[in-house]
Design a protein around this ligand. Structure first.
Ligand code: BGC
Length: 745
């Protein structure tokens, strides 16, 4: 009997939690009503003032809700590598909370270097959980502007030089974030490829280049990732600011791609009221006021889309057509995020996120060179490793602009290697050079005092002295997050290593028995010293776990599989940018803006080096492993494909070395019979394949007609011309392993 009652009680409970009691309140509050019904219901209840109110900020990082209706304000946060510390209501400075130190995930260029969509999903899910825990609705990231010039200060926040790679890598990130009920705000839309004069420069780009190079990753984020938010960029395009650019926002984003989410301005990127109202901007953030001084009580009322908009509506200058569209989009985001049916609470600074950060960062470390298999490190018991260079100890999550983070902890490379060799070998550090001793940014302090008053000669002498009897000497240098390096707001002056690091490298190479250079940067650096090092590793800003991740690769715990998301030319001058007109742009007397002419057109990155046959130091897609791979049996399922069909192409890849590893198999397509100028090949597929030593797998790609197409600007359509094409299976843009010809009928 007792058993029977228990069964009955649990059956009742089950019924109670599985049936949906009819919701008796208004539709917009019904979590189970379809989003569009909730939107229409809420909209119908709002006053004009409430509607206009939603389109502008109310603090540095929040925009208004509708308090009367219980519709919450929207909380935005940077992005894209971790959740920014809480800031003061009207200031950039952090507010000094003690519970907002986040997990710093690797910089997006590090993620791109994994060439691994699973890693991107893991990244998105993890950072989305952190955002949700911190009650943020819109995450200001990911950034996907193309690396057009190695000098761009924000390359580290983006995903490299190739639209296909960026597009494939951005989609899982967006999906992962949004699974948590947090909107990903993909930025900075569009043709925003330099920091120099970023708010005063007009990108002059032809349509073919726009559609083939600068838009595809945004299109993928919208159409495949279903991104709920997009951030307009600071610059102009077609002579109009991008936060209210008619062609980019109305015609392409909301028109051609049918985007149904919100367009958020970059902070201070909204510049002209009427354009903002008419040209597709939905939320205006960061217009330059501190929120207090512009008006008696609330400076935000002075924003372009606040009181000026309301006035225009009341005077009949505008109708509510645009306003209702904006408010619908904002409500949609709210119902998808803070008022979504299945709330979760996220999680923050947990072991799972640390592990994710470590895995992603390690998967993106690129082994550029490894003469005589000097890596992985092989250090005898009682041996000695000497690390030289500021980047072996410098905390890197602080600085760089809006991606600046306050992190729970940051393991530097020295600490990572010391932990790996604890009880086995001595790991010591020498400074080598003094770079940036800055320690705080927006009030976030690293707590690290890097002052050193020794002269360059004294520093080099000390490093050389320590290096003499070391089993390994590892130079850890590169760039950092200070101005004119990998940082927002300014570009680099050149591509060389700063602070005379080359002198240190050359001096160490003279004495080191085994010499490894680890370059930590978010952009390509010139490596005229490359032949002095036995091994070269491209490391990145790996966040919280950066030092452990690097150690994992150096020690062989992780077999490197990262690949370059950009080309590393021998020298800057080898690249496609040859004139001031192209970069940084020119400003004629009397002109208001700089004009930056994208004269190189579609020939960006490897498209340039390959097509013009300019040799590079390390090609796009390059990266070595501790094992070796062999490609064989490349074939196409048929010798031709039809315009309305697809074609399967495949190749066998075998691990021919003696340790397990992963290979990034790359597929490039070459159009050999085009009627117009096309790059000699373009990336159209990649897959990460795990292979045990001795194992072989078949990797198959499905070629679609889009992969063969170019953008015909005159007729505004994609065209795939019948004729011969080649499917090139490759380890990098410079290392083609197999070539299969096929025809498009
Ligand atoms: C940056 C954005 C950032 C915003 C808010 C701007 O200066 O360009 O990327 O999301 O500030 O911090």
């Amino acid at each position: 009997m007792k058993k029977y009652i228990l069964f009955f009680a649990s059956a009742l409970m089950l019924t109670a939690c599985c049936t949906n009691p009819k919701f008796s309140g208004p539709v917009y509050l019904d979590p189970n009503a379809p989003v569009e019904e909730r939107v229409e219901d809420a909209l119908a209840r709002m006053t004009l003032e409430e509607k206009v109110g939603m389109t502008t900020a109310q603090s540095k990082f929040s925009s208004r809700g509708v308090p009367r209706l219980g519709i919450p304000e929207v909380w935005h946060t940077d992005g894209p590598h971790g959740i920014r510390p809480e800031v003061l209501w009207d200031e950039w400075d952090q507010a000094g909370w003690t519970n907002d130190s986040c997990t710093a995930f690797p910089a997006l260029i590090n993620l791109a270097a994994t060439w691994d969509k699973e890693m991107s999903l893991l990244y998105g899910r993890s950072i989305g959980e952190e955002a949700r825990y911190r009650k943020k609705d819109i995450l200001l990231g990911p950034g996907i502007n193309i690396c057009r010039t190695p000098l761009n200060g924000r390359n580290f926040e983006y995903m490299g030089e190739d639209p296909y790679l960026s597009g494939q890598m951005v989609v899982p990130y967006v999906k992962g974030v949004q699974e948590n009920g947090v909107a990903a705000c993909v930025k900075h839309y569009a043709v925003n490829n330099q920091e120099f004069q970023r708010t005063q420069s007009n990108s002059v780009v032809d349509d073919r280049t726009l559609y083939e190079i600068y838009l595809p990753a945004f299109k993928a984020a919208v159409l495949e990732g279903n991104a709920w938010a997009i951030m307009g960029s600071y610059n102009l395009y077609n002579g109009q600011f991008n936060c209210h650019n008619e062609k980019l926002l109305c015609d392409i984003l909301k028109g051609e791609w049918g985007f149904d989410g919100v367009v958020v301005s970059d902070w201070g990127g909204c510049r002209v009221s009427e354009e903002a109202i008419l040209n597709g901007l939905d939320i205006e953030m960061g217009t330059w006021t501190n929120g207090l001084s512009g008006a008696a009580s609330d400076g935000y009322r002075n924003y372009h889309m606040a009181d000026p908009y309301l006035k225009g509506l009341r005077e009949g200058k505008y109708t509510t057509k645009e306003l209702d569209d904006k408010v619908r989009r904002i409500l949609r985001v709210i119902f998808r995020t803070s008022m979504r049916p299945e709330p979760n609470y996220g999680r923050f600074v947990c072991p799972e996120h640390y592990q994710a950060a470590r895995e992603i960062s390690a998967a993106g470390v690129v082994l550029l060179k490894n003469e005589n298999n000097v890596l992985p490190l092989d250090v005898p018991q009682g041996g000695k490793i000497v690390l030289v260079g500021e980047n072996a100890v410098k905390k890197m999550v602080v600085g760089g602009g809006s991606s600046n983070l306050k992190t729970a902890y940051e393991i530097n490379p020295l600490e990572g290697l010391q932990a790996a060799y604890d009880g086995v070998a001595e790991v010591v550090w020498e400074r080598g050079y003094v770079g940036d001793v800055g320690r705080s940014y927006n009030n976030v302090d690293t707590g690290q005092d890097l002052t050193d008053n020794r002269t360059p000669n004294q520093l080099i002498a000390a490093a050389v002295n320590a290096a003499k009897d070391a089993d390994y000497v590892i130079f850890v240098g590169g760039l950092n997050k200070s101005d004119h390096q990998d940082s927002e707001g300014a570009d680099r002056f050149n591509t060389f290593l700063p602070y005379d690091q080359q002198d240190v490298i050359e001096a160490l190479a003279e004495v080191a028995e085994k010499f490894v250079v680890v370059n930590i940067s978010g952009s390509p650096v010139s490596m005229p010293w490359a032949d002095k090092a036995d091994a070269i590793v491209q490391g990145w800003y790996g966040g919280t776990e950066t030092g452990n991740a690097l150690a994992d690769v150096l020690t062989g715990k992780v077999n490197p599989s990262g690949r370059l998301p950009f080309s590393i030319p021998f020298k800057y001058e080898d690249g496609p940018i040859k004139t001031e007109r192209q970069y940084p742009g020119i400003k004629e007397e009397g002109d208001e803006f700089w004009q930056t002419h994208y004269d190189e057109g579609i020939y960006v990155g490897y498209r340039w080096y390959d097509s013009k046959e300019v040799p590079v130091q390390f090609p796009f897609g390059h990266g070595l492993s501790y094992t070796s791979f062999e490609y064989s049996n490349a074939k196409a399922a048929k010798p031709y494909m039809k315009a309305d069909g697809t074609l399967k192409v495949s190749v066998d890849v075998a691990n021919t070395g003696d340790c397990d590893g992963a290979e990034i198999v790359q597929l490039y397509i070459a159009d050999t019979e085009a009627s117009i100028d096309r790059p000699s090949k373009e990336l159209k597929g990649f897959e990460k394949v795990y292979l045990k030593a001795g194992e072989k797998k078949t990797v198959t790609f499905e070629v679609e007609v889009e992969d063969l197409s170019w953008f015909d600007a005159e007729n505004h359509k994609w065209v795939a011309e019948p004729g011969e094409f080649h499917a090139l299976f490759a380890r990098s843009a410079g290392d083609i392993k197999a070539d299969v010809a096929f025809a498009l009928k």
